[in-house]
Design a protein around this ligand. Structure first.
Ligand code: HEC
Length: 188
């Protein structure tokens, strides 16, 4: 119950103007950027307050809840996707997202800073026309306790992860690498 309250309080502080009908890189960014910033801040706060194990809830509960609430309220789909997912249910990229994530890797290998890498496109699909936007998520030093190398992940966190995500592929990352992307898909 308390956990629920904490999550809704965090989500409640995160309000955005409705952007219906306004599909552009700027509007997508206006949704994706605060979401990302808030996540990193929540992560730092949770790690500082209760150590890495208590920060699991940020990636596991707060992030999907925020993404779901924003999606419903804005009439679009906001999600976090990756080529190496921990949670295949929420994080598996569709074909367009896979292509863009692969291009992000190429751009990073050519020297672009992951923090600045993004891409948008208008895509025609059988269900209609969509404005699509993706922004790379760079791994921060604070993320390695759950997404880093085996030596960087504390034993208690490793045990929780093994129990909850037996098919986890989201480890072995170093700070500065692309962990995945925030994806916005908005009907036009
Ligand atoms: C305390 C552990 C922990 C920390 C620290 C952590 N994560 Fe996660 N991360 C998780 C868990 C657990 C999931 C799976 C969430 C779910 O069930 O949807 C996850 C999932 C993700 C996903 C969604 C894609 C996927 O693999 O399922 C992204 C993106 C992500 N984390 C990025 C980050 C970034 C960036 C940081 C640092 C700012 C970070 N994480 C810090 C535990 C953590």
């Amino acid at each position: 119950m308390l956990k629920k309250l904490v999550v809704s309080a965090i989500v409640a502080t995160f309000s955005l103007p409705a952007l219906a009908g306004d599909a552009s890189p700027e509007s997508a960014k206006a949704i994706a950027m605060p979401f990302l910033k808030q996540l990193v801040a929540e992560n730092q706060k949770a790690v500082a307050e209760g150590g890495p194990e208590s920060a699991i809830k940020v990636c596991k509960e707060i992030a999907p809840k925020m993404a779901g609430d924003i999606s419903r309220k804005q009439g679009l789909k906001l999600s976090r996707v990756s080529l190496k997912v921990r949670n295949p249910l929420l994080g598996t990229p569709d074909a367009w997202e896979q292509k863009v994530l692969k291009e992000f890797e190429v751009r990073a290998s050519q020297g672009e800073k992951p923090e600045t890498i993004e891409f948008s496109e208008v895509v025609q699909e059988p269900a209609g026309k969509y404005f699509r936007f993706m922004k790379a998520i760079a791994l921060q030093p604070g993320c390695v306790s759950c997404h880093g190398s085996s030596e960087q992940i504390p034993e208690n966190v490793k045990a929780r992860l093994a129990e909850e995500y037996p098919f986890d592929r989201a480890t072995g990352y170093a700070p500065g690498q692309i962990r995945g992307a925030v994806s916005v898909k908005q009907p036009m």
